[in-house]
Design a protein around this ligand. Structure first.
Ligand SMILES: C[S@@+](CC[C@H](N)C(=O)[O-])C[C@H]1O[C@@H](n2cnc3c(N)ncnc32)[C@H](O)[C@@H]1O
Length: 246
């Protein structure tokens, strides 16, 4: 019998997950950036800046930004590095189309490539990139451990992994308050702003299903990364995990 996995709070056959994730992000692509600001009250920008602070991009580095969507992380990385190259890979072409428009508007197109692909089977040679990022993407991947293994494979020796993802708040009372906010407000906001309640219901459910900080740290180590560590953001609403291919 085929293995199953979770899609938010629903259990589905593994083979169906990527198609359903593509359906969600295909339908929200044109509103994705506006919704991100609205739902997080702009805080996702602070988290992404914290990611850049820890990553400390250097001139000339080659970045692979997996599940890169509309390119937020790559734009920030290239601005901080001053020079370099970013490849944005995503399963959902309409997200990349939005990103490419942004790159052209910002005159950054020549520093970027846009590739449709799956985090679990990257179309790149071993030892290719200096830095691998995945921001708010890995919880959507059918088998996150496979994605981490692939990250390790395509990084050069000395390369750096950085994952930004929603996580779990260690204080139960705060987790309760956050759940009330996310389950009661985010799907209706999705309905009003993007005309799409179901996609945002999936979003809040997928956040609750994602492994906690320590469990995910173990997965980063299992993939082979050394010096693996994490930093909570906003009390654990989100979290950064870092690791090195040494
Ligand atoms: C919430 S968006 C994050 C976009 C961007 N990284 C950001 O931080 O704003 C999640 C993205 O993950 C992509 N995605 C989901 N599963 C994927 C997979 N298996 N491989 C590559 N991309 C995937 C989706 O298509 C979507 O664009």
């Amino acid at each position: 019998m085929e293995k199953t996995t979770h899609f938010g709070f629903t259990e589905i056959p593994e083979s169906e997950k990527a198609g359903r994730v593509q359906g969600i992000f295909g339908s929200v692509a044109s509103k994705y950036d506006v919704m991100n600001d609205a739902m997080s009250l702009g805080i996702h920008r602070i988290w992404k800046d914290a990611m850049m602070d820890w990553l400390a991009p250097r001139p000339g580095q080659r970045l692979l930004d997996v599940a890169g969507g509309t390119g937020d992380i790559s734009f920030k990385f290239l601005s901080r590095a001053g020079s370099g190259h970013a490849t944005v890979l995503d399963l959902t072409e309409p997200m990349l189309v939005e990103g490419r428009k942004r790159a052209e508007a910002a005159s950054m197109a020549e520093s970027l490539d846009w590739v449709v692909g799956d985090a679990m089977a990257l179309p790149f040679d071993d030892n290719t990139f200096d830095v691998y990022t995945i921001s708010f993407g890995i919880r959507n991947v059918t088998r996150p451990q496979d994605a981490l293994n692939e990250a390790y494979r395509v990084l050069k020796p000395g390369g750096r992994l950085m994952v930004l993802e929603f996580s779990q708040i260690p204080t139960p009372a705060l987790q309760w308050a956050y759940d009330r906010y996310s389950f009661n407000l985010i799907p209706p906001m999705g309905q009003v702003i993007a005309g799409d309640r179901d996609s945002y219901q999936y979003l809040v459910e997928s956040i609750r299903r994602f492994p906690d900080q320590e469990t995910f740290l173990g997965m980063v180590r299992t993939a082979g990364f050394d010096n693996a560590k994490y930093r909570n953001l906003s009390m654990g609403i989100a979290c950064l995990h870092s690791g090195w291919k040494l």
